[in-house]
Design a binder for this molecule. Structure first.
Ligand code: G4P
Length: 289
């Protein structure tokens, strides 16, 4: 591994600041009954914006652990109970295939039941208005498209690209506020940066993929060694290696060699990262509840 790359800190690549998004969220909270906050079920902590809980205050919130199809179901259950509070419910979903979406809407209804009963007494009947928030790539567009039954264009996440706040109808019972602006993750923390990189939330071109793949091997060795063993047909001896040596061994087993029998580290890294991100290594959660 190249030393310059080894020292490259992925976290430095988050250029933005939260000021615009913070103001937009604050201003828009008055227009909604509740918030759907999307987190990545594989990294619930790292995919959470550090300011969001304070910004939302006591607004009813349903946390959606998205991409639950890729996460360890046992860990997801633990996260669901640990994130729940009086005003927060937590539901595991897979926006891509639709599982858990019904539970998410049911959780919203349950949280708002008292308010809805009061409105019904006054003869008011209207859809639930919900704001959708989450860091880039967590699956906001996929969720909104699924709820709304549409295939609208993906929202622009790039800084400086203006996009107006828009309401999206999702059936007759739900209206979603698709927020412009970028809700950044907690980019100062190195561990958070690595977790985001492993799951693909940070673009690979700006990272040292070998370094990230070696981190992934280290994480998998400590908590999902059996999955690693099975996927790459590894022996006990392989699994007792240091993470970088293990990474090279995986490359060797897959025949990823350059001329001179040297391991092609870049190819090996992208293979391991792709297989992890697609779920081929197994359902894995990188952060314990
Ligand atoms: P964003 O609006 O929050 O930025 O995220 P977006 O919906 O664009 O989703 C980012 C990527 O995550 C997409 O993959 C999307 O398909 C995938 N995704 C979203 N929800 C889920 C889920 O619950 N499970 C799984 N497995 N994947 C999910 P992509 O590769 O960028 O695009 P595509 O080729 O899948 O369309």
């Amino acid at each position: 591994m190249n030393e310059t790359n080894r020292n490259k800190n992925p976290i430095n690549w988050f250029p933005g600041h939260m000021a615009v998004t913070r103001r937009l969220i604050r201003e828009s909270l008055a227009d909604v009954d509740m918030v759907f906050e999307l987190l990545d079920a594989r990294i619930p902590q790292s995919s959470r914006n550090p300011e969001i809980a304070a910004l939302l205050g006591n607004k009813p919130c349903v946390i959606l652990l998205n991409k639950a199809d890729l996460a360890d179901p046992e860990q997801t259950k633990k996260w669901q109970s640990s994130l729940r509070t009086d005003t927060v419910r937590c539901v595991a979903i897979d926006s891509k295939n639709g599982s858990g979406i019904g539970d998410a809407v049911a959780a919203a209804r349950e949280l708002l039941k008292d308010k809805w009963d009061r409105l019904a007494e006054k003869g008011v009947c209207r859809p639930i208005r919900a704001m959708v928030v989450g860091i880039p790539n967590v699956g906001k567009s996929t969720l909104i498209n699924r709820l709304a039954g549409t295939k609208k264009a993906k929202a622009e996440n790039r800084p400086g690209v203006t996009k107006t706040k828009q309401w999206v109808k999702a059936g007759k019972d739900l209206e979603l506020l698709d927020m412009p602006g970028i809700l950044w993750p907690k980019f100062e923390d190195e561990e958070v940066g690595r977790n985001l990189a492993m799951t693909g939330a940070i673009r690979d071109e700006i990272l040292d993929s070998v370094e990230i793949a070696v981190f992934l091997c280290e994480k998998l060795l400590s908590r999902y060694a059996a999955s690693l063993r099975e996927r790459y047909r590894l022996t006990d001896g392989d699994l007792s290696k240091e993470p970088y040596e293990l990474f090279l061994r995986i490359g060797e087993k897959r025949g990823m060699l350059k001329r001179g029998a040297e391991i092609d580290e870049e190819r090996c890294a992208s293979m391991i990262l792709d297989e992890f991100r697609s779920g081929a290594i197994g359902r894995i959660t990188l952060e314990e509840a």
